[in-house]
Design a protein around this ligand. Sequence first.
Ligand code: ATP
Ligand code: MG
Length: 563
Amino acid sequence: MDKEGTPTDFIRQIVAADVAAGKNGGRVQTRFPPEPNGYLHIGHAKAICVDFGIAEEFGGTCYLRFDDTNPTKEDEEYVEAIKRDVRWLGFDWGDRLTHASDYFPQMYELAVHLIRAGKAYVDHLSTEEIREYRGTLTEPGRESPYRNRSVEENLELFERMRRGEFEEGECVLRAKIDMASPNINLRDPPLYRIRKVPHQRTGTTWCIYPLYDFAHTLSDALEGTTHSLCTLEFEDHRPLYEWFLDNLPVPHRPRQIEFSRLNLMYTQMSKRRLRQLVEEKHVEGWDDPRMPTLSGFRRRGYTPESIRDFIRRIGVTKKEHMIELGLLESCIRDDLNVRAERRFAVLDPLKITIVNFPDDEVEWLEAANHPSRSELGTRTVPFSREILIERSDFMEDPPKQFHRLKPGGEVRLRYAYIIKCEEVVKDAAGNVVELKCSYDPTTRSGSGDEGRKVKGTIHWVSARHAARAEVRLYDRLFKVPFPTGESLEDELNPSSLEIVEAAVEPALADAPPESHFQFERNGYFFVDPVLSRPGKPVFNRTVTLRDSWAKLEKEALSGAAQG
Ligand code: ATP
Ligand code: MG
């Protein structure tokens, strides 16, 4: 880390060395190239922080470039969502918003250039035949019978492909490299295929579309990318990337550098799988707070700062690894601990009658909004004869170390008094329905003399004053540590969402959407921007106060390492 806490990883070292050596005239230009076929997930956040972050640190620029080369899967809704999420994360592409499709005319010319140079040909093998001819990791491929067509014939056929004279799948344009290469990506990779589908930007101008490697390399090289940062699965594609740069008259020579993907336990990040979750309605949408999408995290109450902090903490390396959710959760806890005001909310209420408190009296007690940030001030909370506490804060027959309320026992009500449980009231079925307690008026909090000390302190709300609010408690979307997404029925956690009606202190009824609170002892909560109505907030639990999963995750990881 340097003095500002900015990591100095291997990519930053390479970029710094390139700048020092005067490569590209000292210029640094990167790009984040999402395909608009789904919403961004937290894995993308890593790529965004790397691409935009490095450009920013070196005084360079970063483009947001949509990789829109597959008109059958892409949609304008995704384009808008991606822009919103990149901005939310705190990055700005300025006027550097581009699309692979912006370069379609030049790409076509460059494909013609390859044909003229005898380095590309139109192949009439079917998709299955091409796959079969390609060979395997251990066997070389076979040359297509169409491989040695003349330049003139190829030029004419490619032109006819462009004019729409062939059907989808009838032929493709392939680079002519080496069918025996140990690197399968160099075995005459397809460059163009036919797709008779209107494109969201270019309409029906084209019926042939460039394939990923060709389109991606050329977009980089035409746009002036200096450092093309991508994930490790593209390492084997780098020789092809460089083959294009070596064989085409392009104005720039970007350098591709790969880093490992972000993998999170209990999380599935393939966009295809995420789309399936949405389409099959396992979740309420792409922005369901259980989804690992940036819009899901936002709705859950994660802050962009906490996600950037998380990405900074995991660092950038070439090592494949699995990150524990606990690390992400500790980033948001650290951020919200500073940011969030404290409030009282009782999620599972049990009624207490304070028998020696007058029925018609209300005492307004002062409560701090934050334990260490006094500038956040205080609020008053009403105390009255009937209060509600958390059902789990009472035990009729508790173990020794239980310091909350038990028959005959005492507990402090935070910001109020010490109460003593005098009587347990049960219904016919034997369930505890109410406690009758007495309070000790000499023990008022903040009075300068709190009187006696007791071991336990609990939160509470005045029953008469409490507002009712919907609270959504989220748990892991997947119950298995390393979900494949292949068998959702077995892998999804059936209790990933629990909705409760909580009793909250009166001030919370007016909580504006998108505000963060710590409900004391219950976790951090966020006012849902979609479901809340004026005076009727819906609270999403962003994260619990403690990491209750750490042990399980450690066990799963060590199991995976052994197995
Ligand atoms: P998916 O497999 O989820 O569909 P993708 O890689 O196909 O993801 P793109 O839209 O092509 O999705 O991704 C844009 C950029 O984000 C790429 O440069 C890709 O390397 C990067 N990226 C995607 N997933 C991750 C991840 N888990 N960690 C880091 N970077 C990622
Ligand atoms: Mg991709």
